[in-house]
Design a protein around this ligand. Structure first.
Ligand SMILES: [Zn+2]
Length: 185
């Protein structure tokens, strides 16, 4: 069946207002280029512990989706922390599982998905404050954090920011391990 563009747009708009996951919001297109939107440096690595990650921005995912985040593989239960000071809102969805939207005072937004659980409840947080724990809730295979950065509604590749924040956090401690994990969502 062919869906009329206007109807499809309406469906997607409806999804956008209902879902906390960018996966369904952007099911119709590849990630947009950065344009003039910018997300500044992170004050903290999203994971307080060892993680493996690679640049998988734009990689194909199920149902024609494109990957709009970075997958950070870590042991289940590894603490996840706020990358900036802001408001952390805890939400649950089929795709993202136990998820968090962190909105910084600057308006930049950060999305954490597939958590094993949350720390506390939705609240204002400081940079570096523990807000949850790595897991594989929602549409995930294997324990990992799916992390996104957004300037308004525009998703930007979080990999350079995460690499900078996380590698500096462990500089001098150990070499980071960067591995491609194509099955992760
Ligand atoms: Zn992912």
């Amino acid at each position: 069946m062919r869906i009329a563009p206007a109807l499809l747009a309406g469906l997607l708009a409806g999804l956008g207002s209902l879902s906390v996951s960018s996966h369904s919001v952007n099911a119709h297109s590849a990630p947009e280029s950065a344009g003039s939107a910018v997300v500044g440096r992170l004050d903290s690595c999203p994971i307080d512990g060892v993680s493996d990650f690679s640049d998988s921005w734009g990689d194909a995912r199920s149902s024609g989706r494109r990957h709009e985040g970075v997958d950070m593989v870590a042991d289940r239960g590894t603490p996840v922390v706020a990358v900036r000071a802001g408001d952390a809102e805890f939400k649950r969805s089929n795709l993202g599982g136990n998820a968090i939207w962190l909105t910084a005072s600057s308006g930049e937004r950060f999305y954490y998905a597939h958590l094993d659980g949350w720390e506390g409840k939705s609240r204002p947080v400081r940079a570096g404050e523990v807000i949850g724990y790595v897991g594989q809730s929602g549409n995930a295979q294997g324990d990992h954090l799916h992390f996104e950065t957004r300037a308004g509604e525009t998703a930007l590749n979080p990999y350079p920011l995460v690499a900078s924040a996380c590698l500096s956090a462990i500089a001098g401690v150990q070499e980071p391990v960067l591995v491609r994990r194509p099955l992760l969502r």
